[in-house]
Design a protein around this ligand. Structure first.
Ligand code: NAP
Length: 530
């Protein structure tokens, strides 16, 4: 009977995987981690495109498990840029002596459950196999870049990169003619960041988005001191908040206020940092179409006031969706960039892309000659990485077959038929500030492993009934929410992908409730085998 090489094998050195490795070691398990990239950071390793930064406040996105760590790391900005995030995650890894448990450049190609030994055999691209009692795939939701199947991409003679697979060596933009394809969260960060140094940027937009200002700024020494002094309060707020942000909910409905008060409130929202415009807006901003329309009209007027050319301004105002039906991007100087003579919009609704040619992109109105193409065209969200790892569970069941209609899960951490496999930070994981939800999941995964050990068990698997209950809850909540009902969160951005809600539509309250139930019932949702 083959013995495991390690108790817990984690895949992915992103925020979730790092925390899972730390927790497993802390609880006395042997643990190691495989990472496809050459370094630490996961999403924040690969997405090193110009302008990549948090749009949740840095101190609410980082770890909260150690006050010493919180005290010794001084975030420079309220919304940190990618290089600082990567430095922070490397600091955490070294601070907690985790690097010696990690293997980089290790892409998992197969993970097969061996019923006889109760272990996972996990094989990497180089043919090496590691046997683990427990497999935790912390492979993230945004780790498989999507580039549309535009004919001729391989014919392009210039430089082309996807934002989610940005090279480590700097891309030279100076004096270059650049095409940015895609105008969601990634594309709108790239455009203003490169606008000054390039010869030109042409922004290829299929759908406009409801962008509002990030309102980033440096953290002053006084604010730094306040953050440190307020650590326990902040931790308390973030560990209990419904969405994982520290922004308070606003109990008021839009039409409780007069039109003048509403205008003043929207101005306040517009000037507020990041997601506050989402989480602290009128309570009915998503659910009441009229309230939503008022907010959209306010943003549209802002766009008209910021963009000098009226036709460009109109094209930058979304026409096909309401605020919140897609994840809203937060921007710094995006609309203003279109007032520069070297920045222009290509409206793909008017003139779609025909093909890529050696010298640029051909649309129905002619050829746009460029030196660099930035594909900011999104990701195979949620299930992308897990479905490409060759995961095979009990009785030869492939995860690709099990989830052929979209994922079903329990708590977004396990699925029936795949014993001892956990996937915090994957499908059904979050619907707000990701590290907070994903941290909750890592904690319950770790508690589950500790419980199993205490029970003298070797194998743990969620029951089909518990999974059904959780997945039904997700489907019901998804049918009721207007949030993220088109695009990546329902698989709508990938041709042929099954349409199923990929977030935890029930939100953090449901997660907390079900985790409490797991503990109160002594893990009744799982089958434990000695
Ligand atoms: P995305 O939201 O999926 O947007 C992809 C963009 O590419 C959209 O504008 C889409 O247009 C366009 N596109 C796709 N296929 C196209 C085609 N065939 N022709 C032309 N355009 C096409 O991807 P993303 O911007 O990378 O963002 C993904 C997620 O990453 C975000 O939701 C967010 O969670 C995260 N993110 C966060 C930050 C941050 O600030 N922290 C920054 C970047 C990303 P359509 O809308 O018409 O489909």
């Amino acid at each position: 009977m083959p013995e495991p090489d390690v108790d817990v094998l984690i895949v992915g050195a992103g925020i979730t995987g790092i925390y899972q490795l730390h927790r497993a070691l802390e609880e006395g398990f042997t643990a190691s981690l495989l990472e496809a990239g050459d370094g630490v950071g996961g999403t924040w390793f690969w997405n090193r495109y110009p302008g990549a930064r948090f749009d949740s406040e840095s101190y609410t996105y980082g770890y909260l498990f150690s006050e010493e760590l919180f005290d010794e790391w001084a975030w420079q900005e309220h919304f940190a840029e990618q290089p600082e995030i990567e430095r922070y995650l490397n600091h955490v890894v070294d601070r907690f002596d985790l690097r010696r448990h990690m293997r980089f450049g290790a892409t998992v190609t197969a993970a097969v459950w061996d019923e006889g030994s109760g272990t996972w055999a996990v094989t990497t691209e180089d043919g090496t196999t590691v046997r683990a009692r427990f497999l935790v795939t912390a492979t993230g939701v945004l780790s498989v870049p999507y580039i549309p199947d535009v004919p001729g991409r391989e014919d392009f003679g210039g430089v082309q990169h996807h934002t989610g697979q940005w090279p480590a060596e700097p891309v030279d933009f100076a004096g270059k003619r650049v095409a940015v394809v895609g105008t969601s969260s990634s594309g709108v960060q790239v455009v203003p960041t490169i606008a000054e140094e390039v010869a030109s940027v042409e922004v290829f937009q299929r759908s406009a988005n409801w962008c509002t200002p990030l309102n980033n700024r440096p953290i002053t020494p006084e604010e730094q001191a306040e953050l440190r002094a307020g650590f326990e309060d902040l931790r308390q707020v973030l560990n209990t908040s419904v969405h994982g942000f520290h922004h308070p909910l606003n109990p008021r409905s839009a039409f409780e206020d007069s039109p003048e008060e509403r205008q003043a409130f929207f101005e306040e929202m517009w000037a507020s940092p990041g997601f506050r415009k989402f989480t602290s807006n009128y309570i009915d901003i998503l659910d009441n179409p009229e309230a939503n329309a008022e907010w959209c009209a306010f943003i549209a007027d802002k766009i008209r006031s910021l963009v000098a050319d009226p036709a460009t301004a109109e094209a930058l105002i979304p026409k096909d969706h309401r605020y919140g039906e897609k994840r809203p991007p937060y921007v710094t100087g995006y609309f203003e960039a279109f007032n520069r003579p070297n920045v222009s919009l290509v409206d793909l609704r008017e003139t779609p892309i025909v093909r890529v040619i050696e010298t640029g992109i051909e649309t129905t109105d002619g050829v746009h000659e460029v030196d660099v193409i930035v594909w900011a065209t999104g990701f195979d969200f949620g299930t992308g990485a897990m479905l490409r790892m060759g995961i095979v569970g009990r009785d030869g069941l492939a995860l690709t077959d099990h989830w052929s209609d979209g994922p079903t899960t329990f708590l977004g951490i396990q699925t029936h038929g795949f014993p001892n496999l956990f996937f915090p930070g994957g499908p059904h994981a979050a619907a707000g500030n990701n590290p907070r939800y994903n941290g909750d999941q890592v904690d319950i995964v770790t508690d589950t492993l500790v419980h199993l050990r205490a029970e003298g068990g070797q194998v743990i698997e969620v029951t089909a009934e518990a999974e059904q209950r959780w997945s039904d809850m997700i489907d019901r909540a998804a049918a009721a929410t207007p949030f993220g009902t088109i695009g990546q969160y329902v698989g709508g951005n990938i041709p042929g992908k099954p349409k199923r809600y990929l977030l935890n539509a029930g939100g953090r309250p449901k997660l907390f409730k079900e985790i409490a139930r797991v503990k109160d019932t002594d893990w009744a949702a799982f089958t434990i085998t000695p």
